[in-house]
Design a protein around this ligand. Structure first.
Ligand code: PLP
Length: 384
């Protein structure tokens, strides 16, 4: 049998940690109840959901009642953006977001534009960061919401959430952040950062796919949200649908593990990443995409001058599983909108690799990948 390629695509998804699987299993069979049911089967499921809600809330310094479970970050983003737009349009119809956001923010924004909202898509600087002065200038009296992601899914850069939160507070505007890539990897604190809504997902942090949450602030201020799914009135009426205890328990276990291991894991990943970058640096004409240090510990995104991006990916495919640009929009052949926003040429944007290192990445993996990338780039360059 052929050896599986090394997995370095942790920004698209991660394997479920065995400890998470073990925590989930009893909730498929033994504790299968519906958390809404008023009998012992329901109560044991409800108790597990309650405990999970507390774990997730604690990890971002919020209250358990402020966690609304969803099917993932796409749904959480849709609920945040459309839910706020629908609840606050009387106050204004202007929203501010960023050109480098995930399509799960950009597409709901475009949809809201079709309904008559105005959206400002802020540019970023050459490192991929939002400039506060530009954000400040974009704020209008009718601005109701600012949505800026915590960590970028392509270049890993960490936006200055605390400073953005302070600016939103000064201007009485709601602040939403898509933290799909950030939870469990970098510290997040909805109080200190003045965040009103935060999207989360389990499957980027060694939890199961199909579960996530939206944090919705209840005090100072209490955020109103128009539900996008109507039904049994679950989750304080914001998101109807029977809760899914195995997924919720798995999500909480994944968050608990990531929080406990965050500091040591960050150090380990930063070490592996610099090893990889050091290895690649023997090649001339390579370009680091995104801020050199203000980024996720497991992210490295590099453009290689003088090679064709497709041939590079193809050449590496037997050795390593990774993506060029964003896996989420890889069906399209357009160059990455994130790399374009950094000012990269089409050519360099195409010839980019996104390395997503994670919990199960080892030093020998990095050695092997570094060697394969250098050899492949050199071979392609010698052909052209
Ligand atoms: C993966 C991702 C999403 C989508 O999350 P799902 O849970 O897969 O719906 C949204 N935003 C960002 C930044 C992501 O990386």
């Amino acid at each position: 049998m052929e050896k599986s390629p090394i997995y370095l695509d942790c920004h698209s998804t991660t394997p479920v940690d065995q400890r998470v699987v073990d925590a989930m299993l009893p909730f498929f069979t033994e504790h299968f109840g519906n958390p809404s049911s008023l009998h012992s089967y329901g109560w044991s499921a409800e108790a597990a959901v309650k405990k999970s809600r507390e774990t997730i809330a604690q990890s971002i310094n919020s209250q358990p009642e402020e966690i609304v479970f969803t099917s993932g970050a796409t749904e959480a983003n849709n609920l945040a953006l459309k839910g706020v737009a629908e609840a606050y349009f009387n106050y204004g119809k202007h929203i501010i977001t960023v050109q480098t956001e995930h399509s799960a923010v950009l597409d709901p924004c475009r949809y809201l534009e079709s309904l008559g909202f105005e959206v400002t898509y802020l540019p970023v600087n050459g490192d991929g960061l939002v400039e506060l002065s530009i954000l400040e200038k974009a704020i209008r009296p009718e601005t109701i919401l600012v949505s800026v992601m915590a960590a970028n899914n392509e270049i890993g850069v960490l936006q200055p959430l605390k400073e953005i939160g302070a600016l939103c507070q000064d201007n009485d505007i709601l602040f939403h952040t898509d933290a799909a890539q950030a939870i469990g990897k970098v510290p997040l604190d909805v109080q200190a950062m003045n965040i009103h809504l935060m999207s989360m997902t389990a499957h980027k942090v060694y939890g199961p796919k199909g579960i996530g949450a939206l944090y919705v602030r209840r005090r100072q201020p209490r955020v109103n949200l128009a539900a996008q799914l109507h039904g049994g009135g679950h989750e304080r009426g914001m998101r109807s649908g029977t809760l899914y205890p195995p997924q919720i328990v798995g999500f909480a276990k994944a968050v608990e593990l990531a929080m406990a291991e965050m500091v040591s894991e960050r150090e380990r990943l930063v070490g592996l990443r610099s090893q990889l970058y050091h290895h690649l640096s023997q090649l001339p004409d390579i370009h680091l995409n995104g801020h050199p240090s203000q980024r996720l510990p497991g992210n490295l995104n590099v453009s290689f001058g003088g090679v064709d991006g497709q041939s590079l990916l193809l050449g590496l495919r037997p050795t390593v599983a990774l993506s060029s640009g964003s896996a989420c929009s890889s069906a399209s052949t357009a160059p990455s909108h994130v790399l374009k926003a950094l000012g990269r040429s089409d050519r360099l944007a195409y010839a980019s690799l996104r390395f997503g290192l994670g919990r199960f990445t080892t030093a020998p993996d990095i050695q092997q990948v570094g060697k394969a990338v250098v050899e492949t780039v050199e071979a392609l360059r010698s052909l052209s």
